[in-house]
Design a protein. Sequence first.
Lengths: 562, 1207
Amino acid sequence: MRTSIHILLLGCLLLSLFSCSRSKFAALNTDPDAVLSIDPKTELTPGELSMVSNSNQVFYDFIRNIKPWTQVYVPITGNIATFLTSGGNIGQRWGIFYGGVGYDLEDVLHIIDKMPAAKAAQYQYLRAITLIPLAYYAFYVSDGFDRIPYKQAFQARYTNPPLVTPVYDSQESLFDTLDTQLKTAIAVLESSPSVTQVSPGANEVFYQGDPTHWIKAANSLRLKMAMRLMKQNPAKLTAIAGEVLADNVGLMSSVADDWILYSTTVGIAADFNPVEQTIYSGSHNTVSFMYRTADPRLRIFYQQSGINTQDIFDSAKAQGVLPDTLTWDGQNYRGQYASPAVTGDPTRGFWFQKLKFSYKGAAQSVSYPSVIQPGLTYYGYNAPTGTNMFPIITYADVCLMRAELKQRGLSNDPMSAEQLYYNGITASITNYDHWGKNTLLPDYTPLGASEVSNYLAQPGVAYDPANALEQICDQEYLNFFVNANETWALIKRTGYPGTTGNILRLEDVSNYGLMPRRYVINAPTLSDLNYTNEMNAIDSMEAEPHFGVPTDMTGRVWWDVP
Amino acid sequence: MKLTVLLLTLAIAQAHGAGLAQNVTISGHNLSLKQVFTSIKRQTGYAFFYNNTLLEQAHLVTLDVKDEPLFQVIDRCFRDQPLTYYIENKTVVITQRPPADRIPAMPADSIRQQPIAADIVIKGKITNEKGEPLAGASVHTKDTRFGTSTDADGSFILRVPAGSVLIISSVGYETRRITVTKPETLVIQLTFSNRSIDEVVVTGYGENRVKRSLGYAVTQISGDDIRATAQVNPISALQGMVAGLQVQPGVAGEASTPNIKLRGSNSLNAYENTPLIVVDGMIFDNQSVTPNPGNYTDYGNILKDLNPDDIESISVLKGGAVTALYGSRAANGVLLIKTKKGLAQKGLGISVSQDVLFDQAYKTTDFQNVYGAGLYANDWSTLPNGGLAINASDYGISFGPKMTGQTFQDINGLTRKNYPNTRDLLDIYRTGQTSNTNIALSGGNENSTFRMSYSRLGSNTVLPNNSFDRNSFALRATHRIGSNMTLDGNVTYVHSYNHNPAQQDGSSPMYKFFYQGARNYDAGYWSHHYIDSVVGGVNNADITGISQTIFFPLYQDQFFQKENNLRAGIDLTAKILSWLTFNGNASINLYDRDQETDERGSQPGFNNPYYAQHITNLLQARYRGELAGSKQYGDYRFDLHIGGEVFTSGQTGILYYTNGGVLPDIYRLSNSANPVTTVEDKPNKSQLSSAYFQGSVGYKNFLTLNIYGRNDWNSSLVYNDGHGQYSYFYGGADVAFVFTDLFKNRPSWLDFGKLRLSYASAGNGSDPYTANTGSYGSLGTYTGGSSNVSQYAYQSSTLGNQDLVPERSSKIETGLEFRLFKGRLGGDFTFYNQDTKNQIINFSVPSTSGVSAALLNGGLVRDRGIEVMVYGTPVQSRHFSWTSRFIYYYNRNTVVSLPFGTNYINLYGEDGITSVAVRNGNYGELVAPYGYARYNGGNGSPLNGQHVLGMTGNGTQAYYIRAVNYGTDPLSQEPQIGSTLPKFLGSWMNTFSYKGLSLGIFLDARIGGLEWSTSYFYGSQTGNIKSTLYGRDAAHGGLIYTPTNPTSQYLGFPLGTTQRDDGIALKGVFESGSRSVGTDGNTHDVSGMTFDQALKDGYVTPVNAADYYVKTFSWSAGIREAGVFENSWVALRQVSLGYEIPPSLIHKLKLNNLRVSLVGRNLIYLYNSAHDHINPENENDSGSGSAFEDGGVPYVRSYGFMFNTSF
């Protein structure tokens, strides 16, 4: 009995050890990783990196869809008949913006705005810088989706009751909002505050917080956005072009000003691998044009054809894998035909098949067209010491934009269209040479001393006033090889390269449908709290003259006027 | 292995001395029953189970017996007592003697140990209704001159005069009479008597309670029934066994995560509806019984670390009263597992069992074997020599040329004949093998008992490279200190290893063969040539990607999880006063998981391998102290338990992985090309402190009122500044009323009847840290730039909530139990209703707001259902008996309200089709914006509700329109298709016994509820699934037509202008504005016309089969609803044939028993409503939204033998 009572007492004592006071429970229930306040620059980093680090966007949007639609890539086995209507998992930029870029950058602004005035004054440059990538990405999302929430977006954390039903902004008003936002940022960065500004340093991954570079980037972005208004509001485009040309700091003026991320870690996910599942070739017409004009970028873009010497050609032909009628033309780079119709052409079957033969005793299994250089955009092929690059806007882009505007008579640029055009091509070749080297492409050959001048003299490349606009646009197309959205926007905006030009033609694939021009806009589901605003936005977009059926990707966003 | 040898040696050494003493010697005057019991227990190992108040009613006995059979002595002790007893597993359970004891007590003194004269020898085995041996049953002649009792295995041998009438009786069972005229071996099955409702079940804190006093439903399944299924996971074994319990084993092999739901789903969080699992007082909550949230590599949760060989019983406690006992965690009911104990006996009891099972993948979903790769009849590419080759751009779709043996060049460059590969997929699978060996030793004396066991299970499933191994060690010991205190301790250690479990979706072979493999895809070739033999890495020549996504990972990658699970507990019971007992209990559960991924580099040279490891360490502990008092005043009996409990939980974990690889085939962090990524898991600490009481008042043993109350203090509801509503009280009450005891003259056919009524409520908290949502966290260092920088962002995209209150659930249940016709027929009916409100949920909000979810309290989910169990013995004869048990279970799961007035909350979904909870509607309803649009032609149109059709721009081809593109309001844009939940579940178990043989046949059924199948949908798009033969040619029902456009409108292949026979008529009504080119070449307005009518009028042409299938079932334009079908099935779940070796032979072998059985599991579906024989039990997810098949696995059946013996 006595023992029992001891046990009982001991049991009660043990239980009493486990107190359940509020303070103990509060400590238990606090996540040790939680940080209650942060330095805003540390949130700028993930915001900026999100712009380029999403591998789903690279895989689904760029590799699988936009590049084939714009004939930058063609699957080595040819396009299937539905290649213009698939579009699975695309439109990743929406989630990247609302769950990443905007999610982080808006909070950077919020943190600074909540600081005591004296402290906030030290962060005005950082705040202004933050506005620029934020504006870029909102513009980029709208480029594919038309109306998006922006003015009222991201407010749930900062409003009470939480604003969880943001209204959508029209693309026109969004462009105005963003242009104003960029002007504000430029004004702040061009001012000389009395308070010493805190620099984000390496936390700002593009320019390490350098205000001058950011002013140039912001001006260049204003110009890029204004270019989209070319048909809806050319006067506004001219006005903005005039403003940025007249700005004290102005536009990018050398490749050192490029808005680009160089990274040794972004781009390592397997989805960045452009030949991970489907092997891609360049398009037949583009590769032929580049081959014909001795473009130094050819070897940066593509690998050589599997049949790249006469000896190999003869051997393959002798073994019956190439038609008897085919003769060696000396071409060691070839693109694949983009039209699905060609895949069924009995005379060109060998373009689409793996060619298996024996060469000098070794079994060969090669393709007739050139495979792209996967290492140019994917770390897996340049590991472990290569560097990936993710251009947002480059000096080359700016030169070619200015050339196009001047050529169209939409700007009073002090430089000639011809000079701007040559500067743009030179900057583009310089960039690709640099990138080819840094991404450790196999058999990388440095740019020869006279290669650029030789190229600029080639027929089709040499400035020809009669075809100048097309030439400028075609060079923009080549320059945008690694920038799928801009390739897409270029074709939508200018129609170049098209199927009827004099310089570089794309193949006519119209039997298989039209090139998609925007993303599918799905009606919200019933579980969506913002149903009303989303439906209103869809109704308004449907009222735009060229928007079409919301779920039809061949419809157009507001700026995309036929 | 060494240990096995040691144990075996021990076993053999002890075998001679083994054997249970059946005779006892006791003498003394005026002995208390307790003294007698103590003595018997010491001599025989039989334990006694009784309530002290009961024993107080007993009078003293005087005995003078020498070496007399145990059961005679016990019978003698109970003569003229107000008590009676029955035996269960070597435990003598003392209960109140019924008013009119209908079991005739034998005049024990007239029984002789040895017969004087005998003519014949009768051998026999006595079993209960389930075929389990009945120990201690009495067998004697009518004149009581000759008699014996059965041994522990239910066997007896008796020599009697020919023509004797044997009376076979056992307390709690109906007595049987059998006349014997010649020597024979009998198998006698006794049925429960009307009194057998004094059945004892394990309830609440593992205590045994007489079932008649419980006011809520409980079903107890014996360990033997679990083992008979030969399942790795004892919970998966419960499939179909319990009304109200829905168990769906996972698809990733034997060790995978089962989907378990008890009485439907209460929570709007689809993964928090699993019942609480309690093993000897140890709580397994959702941190160890983790869900499989769809399409992840499913290594299974802690349930696979429970060794079925050590399980004594599993009690399924469904009612609300359990919630009050176990607290909020038990909102979904409790599966209470009790493990085996040792027994006091002479020498060691050793039991050995061995199971060997073979698994066979015997069937896949149906493929068509007529058409090969391509879009149209002559879709070939031409070789330079004019030969045929696969048109690579149209590969992976099987609407191409018929496979008639043409010579062609395949995608691998080899030339072969064009024939279908009918067995390629099955050929990838192998014969699986499972071997399970168990050795258990038990022993003990009056004061101490122990049982130790070792089990080894090794399993290779049908999937290549998938294996599961488990080593389990268990020790349980009890010890009595003095006369008032008992200690009961146990330690279990389990090590398991699960290697390459089957994967789903894009990694499932069946899914890939449907989605990307053409029907003349040479799987036999590629399964051996998936590696590029020249440069290494994956062979990219396989343009289907199957080498890349299936063969290479299947044969080259290693995914495995090692687990170490240590469970230990100690339980102390001390009697303080004669009516007051203290019970203290401490237990811990340490669960370590080490998950490793070694992905071989698929790039040339096997470059860029990937290595990851995720190590987690869960420690949960529970401490409980309780005072229990029990008093009887006249006809009233009072019980009260008051106690406190503390439950603590914490988990550490670390995940690290390489980023790029330096060298191939090295799976170490040192091989990472870029800095290694390391992620530290949250410690997830929590504490739940509780105080509770449980009391009952019984009147004359037929009316019992139980009341419960509990207060929890839950750390998960406390904010970091200390505020928060974290203390909550809840309680309940139930009544059990044995109404048959009231009848003075009960009709002879009515044995027993009981009514139950129960109400209970519960509160609940949330997960650790949830309350404190809204702070920042580190994203780690960014190392890709010129210098390394730290990064921070919000930890979660969920908006926090500073005002959370506890969840609340309330349950009401009523039931009827009865037994008729002397136990030949019995049943249990239950009706219940349970409501759960104030649910703490992450409510999705549009991400454009800056958060993706908001933490809310809200919603009300209701479950209402009926459970029916009917059992009986339709045939009972001398050598043969047939017992049968039928279960029916109906549950209606609805949603009464949702927060924010929203209509749907997502439970699980794939693109364009989702299982949701509908406000004022079903929980688990399928909705689909990409479903069929429903025609709305205005008020009263007879066509309303039909599918809507559209017309291509040039008016030459009709197609189905998606709801989202036609609907005018939310409900028509995302229409409800139907419920995914079954209308009802049922099972039918039959046991046929003939002498020593018993045959069990177990049918299991699910009727109703929808399923979405990815392999059906995409298999239809690609024309690989069999049902897509329909309409492809006249022989398969294709319509004759002449195309109005020479090119197909969706795929763009040439249709020609001549007559074709591959037309398919759609079913539906054209939307307004539809204009179609008719056979006359003119354009007609077909708005509002049905397709049938327009076809009849010549306004439309049928759709060519390839376009029809590819478009209707495409990802981008397809109708998801077309991939939905009813998921009803009747399965022949198990057939087993057991043979108990006759006792005479057993004894010659010096064994106690020897049983061999053959078992076949998952043998065949007698009925399956799924299209194309899709495996209906292949759902990919263990949550409440589960209704999605993502490839699954082929049909697998298992068969083998089981052998067990003891000596």
